[in-house]
Design a binder for this molecule. Structure first.
Ligand code: DLL
Length: 433
């Protein structure tokens, strides 16, 4: 199996840590010297960047949050003058001002190389025809993957997001072998193919590289079997670089975080303590090479855990588990913490349930409730109310035993819910906060 940057991706941990320390020190100097926000934070806490002499000193440094980026809108966190910035993107946040991120020429080169690594890890080669079904624009997803696939030498189709029938026509006519999109859009495409009577297995598709939102293992199995492809996960966020922070290899046992470029930590989101390897908590990332937009201990809000065991693919970089979601997506219902991805895992694995559902949270007389509406497959037919009742009961029971919360399940007709072209949104919270 190919490894794009063997020298770095398979580095001995000792050598890797030395490289990380050198790059960290350089990053801290640059950030302290050029970004007022970092200078103020360090000064307030009496931290001298020179005092960081080992990787464990990282835990003494202040965190950076989305709020810092908002306060410094638009260019306040840039560490280089605008004339050195060759690209500007922004995050997909839905409320308030977006956060603006910038890249120098060298940042773009490194970013493209990271994507080349993750594409190679997922099985993409220069022989592939890669269809990018993310929206081109301020979102980092399309441009990030586009440049990386070109570095590999694959033939890139910059299709953009949406227009599902045209996506399918192009897949057929241009003999697309790799689809790049959100996992929920892959399901939308599979549904549409089914409606059009097209057998996905008659196409040339081999691999799907999906990311941009949380998705369960059950969803992976669903996508792989319906589209007849291998589906791998890749993770990133605009504030840190975009896609290209981490990606799965074909062993599909967690996403390798490119540790020569980023240092990951897992913290307890409440106490902010750094947690030992293997613990579940919030992912915090420090960038090691970024010139235009260095991030020091950025709180991603994504909940995951890290596995430092060496992967059988030969890469030494740590693997992050599929995220459970963002801490801000976590629902607290009757005091129980629930991630939508946990519920998805149950629903998608049930025969007769479609991977289309909505979670409706309500509060009546100060009591929270969670109602789950699930589309059933066309062919599911209950000639007896009793059978339908038993089906619903079994779903409710499965969810209850997994998350410890009583829920009400309602079955709805196929195609009741909107289909997603980008990131999915499946929660309706009617409680007043
Ligand atoms: O979504 C970057 C990206 C694009 C990654 C395409 C992969 C593919 P933002 O729009 O800034 O950037 O959103 C970042 O999306 O903090 C996570 O909560 C979520 N996210 C991204 N990838 C994954 C993933 C891009 N593979 C936010 N699994 C992050 C779970 C993901 N969540």
């Amino acid at each position: 199996m190919e490894i794009w940057d063997r020298e770095y991706e398979c580095m001995d941990r000792e050598v890797l840590e030395q490289l990380q320390l050198e790059r960290l020190q350089a990053t801290l100097h640059r950030a302290y010297k050029n970004v007022t926000c970092y200078k103020n934070k360090f000064n307030q806490q009496g931290i001298d960047p020179d005092a960081v002499q080992s990787l464990s000193d990282l835990s003494k440094l202040p965190f950076t949050t989305k709020e810092d980026l908002r306060l410094n809108y638009p260019y306040g966190m840039f560490a280089v003058p605008l004339r050195e910035v060759v690209r500007i993107h922004s995050s997909s946040g839905t409320t308030g001002k977006p956060t603006v991120v910038g890249y120098t020429k060298n940042d773009i080169k490194i970013w493209s190389n990271l994507i080349a690594r993750l594409h190679t890890a997922a099985g993409v080669t220069h022989d592939d025809v890669v269809q990018i079904a993310f929206g081109y624009g301020m979102f980092t997803g399309a441009f990030g993957h586009h440049y990386g696939a070109e570095v590999i030498g694959a033939s890139v189709i910059p299709m953009g997001g949406g227009n599902t029938e045209k996506q399918i026509m192009i897949m057929q006519d241009y003999r697309t072998t790799v689809l790049i999109s959100t996992p929920s859009y892959a399901i939308t495409i599979a549904d549409r193919m089914e409606q059009l009577g097209i057998n996905p297995k008659s196409l040339s598709l081999k691999h799907g590289l999906f990311g941009g939102e949380p998705w369960s293992e059950a969803m992976r199995i669903e996508i792989e079997s319906r589209l007849g492809i291998t589906a791998t996960d890749n993770y990133g966020l605009s504030e840190v670089i975009g896609p290209g922070v981490a990606g799965e290899c074909t062993h599909k046992c967690g996403m390798h975080i490119f540790e020569d470029i980023f240092i990951p930590e897992i913290i307890d989101p409440d106490t902010c303590e750094v947690l030992p390897p293997g613990s579940v908590g919030e992912l915090v990332i420090t960038t090691l090479t970024k010139e235009a937009f260095p991030m020091i201990r950025y709180r991603t809000r994504d909940i995951t855990s890290l596995d430092y065991e060496k992967c059988s693919c030969g890469r030494t970089h740590v693997r992050m588990k599929k995220t459970m979601g963002r801490s801000d997506d976590m629902l607290i219902i009757k005091g129980v913490n629930v991630f939508p991805s946990q519920i998805e895992e149950v629903i998608v694995a049930i025969d007769g349930c479609e991977p289309h559902y909505q979670l409706i949270v309500d509060r009546k007389n100060s009591v929270d409730s969670l109602e789950i509406h699930i589309e059933v497959t066309e062919n599911i037919f209950f000639d007896e109310m009793k059978m339908q009742r038993a089906f619903i009961d079994s779903i409710q029971h499965k969810i209850h035993s997994l998350i410890g919360l009583g829920v009400t399940v309602k079955l709805v007709e196929p195609k009741s819910f909107p289909r997603f072209e980008g990131k999915a949104s499946r929660v309706i919270d009617n409680r007043q906060h």
